[in-house]
Ligand binder design. Structure first.
Ligand code: SF4
Ligand code: SF4
Length: 276
């Protein structure tokens, strides 16, 4: 039997780990403060084959003795997101950040697993990306859907998860034997302005290949664009073959750095002036 560990300990460890990354890289990091949530493995995760992909793994297929799911979000810094706004193709830094963030996600998940191990709990991990079916273009382990079920964020019209720190960033997850409890962070039922009945659709407008529509997403069209970016951009030629990025639907959107619906809720009628 392991000794008690709390979500706060994992959150502090994740913050320290991400804060130390610039020192390791010898350059500024791409990330703001990480968000970490946990949820007990209960019936909500039975929905995964329905809401994500019919071949989606159940958490206990990663680790039979798992009791909790942990999902984290590494939000990108504003400068990086701003730099990727220009033009219809991703900037080199966006590609580089993707590669370095994938590496960080793997090591951070490993470090959290090690910390849990020190407390006597085993963990089960999966890679940050490319763990999907190339024909269906669906992940067998979707950090995004796990984050949704664990209360890290809500889906936007762009199909990204909008967290309290926005949608511009990357997700990772693990399962563990530790009983960490339910620790969501999302404050509202919806976090997308359009889904909350407000005007927006900026992400739909921003997509260079019209892969997004309200209520629909052409996954194949998006994926083809990601691959084309890797193939055709000369300043991506030294990046790994798996650098499949675009990010235009997350670049300086109302939901890039925050949950815009939470801001609306905070705006009471008497303080309405200046609300988004
Ligand atoms: S840009 Fe607007 S419509 Fe698109 S996900 Fe964000 S809030 Fe929703
Ligand atoms: S990642 Fe790019 S291609 Fe895919 S939906 Fe977003 S803007 Fe469109």
């Amino acid at each position: 039997m392991g000794e008690a560990i709390r979500i706060e300990i994992l959150r502090e460890a994740a913050e320290r780990f991400v804060a130390a990354e610039p020192g390791r890289l010898g350059r500024d990091g791409w990330w703001r403060k990480p968000l970490v949530v946990s949820a007990p493995i209960d019936q909500r995760f039975d929905q995964l084959p329905d809401i994500a992909y019919h071949e989606h793994f159940s958490p206990r297929e990663l680790l039979l003795t798992a009791r909790s799911v942990v999902v984290f979000f590494l939000p990108f810094k504003r400068e990086l997101v701003r730099a990727n706004r220009k033009g219809n193709r991703p900037c080199r830094d966006w590609g580089l950040a993707y590669v370095q963030t994938n590496d960080l996600i793997g090591r951070l998940a490993g470090a959290l697993g090690d910390l849990l191990g020190e407390h006597g709990f085993q963990s089960g991990l999966t890679p940050a990306t490319h763990n999907f079916n190339e024909v269906a273009l669906m992940a067998r382990w979707s950090h995004k859907h796990l984050g949704y079920l664990a209360g890290l964020g809500r889906f936007g019209a762009h199909r990204l998860l909008i967290t309290p720190a926005g949608c511009a960033g990357r997700l990772g997850s693990l399962v563990t034997e530790a009983e960490l409890g339910d620790h969501p962070v999302i404050e509202t039922e919806e976090a997308c302005l359009l889904k909350a009945g407000k005007e927006c659709g900026e992400c739909i407008e921003a997509c260079p290949v019209q892969a997004l529509e309200e209520g629909d997403f052409d996954r194949r069209r998006c994926w083809d664009r990601l691959k084309d970016n890797r193939r055709s951009l000369s300043d991506f030629s030294d990046l790994p073959e798996t650098t499949h990025v675009c990010g235009k639907c997350a670049a300086l959107m109302p939901c890039s750095f925050k949950n815009p619906v939470a801001e609306l809720v905070k705006c009471t009628p008497s303080r309405d002036v200046g609300c988004p």
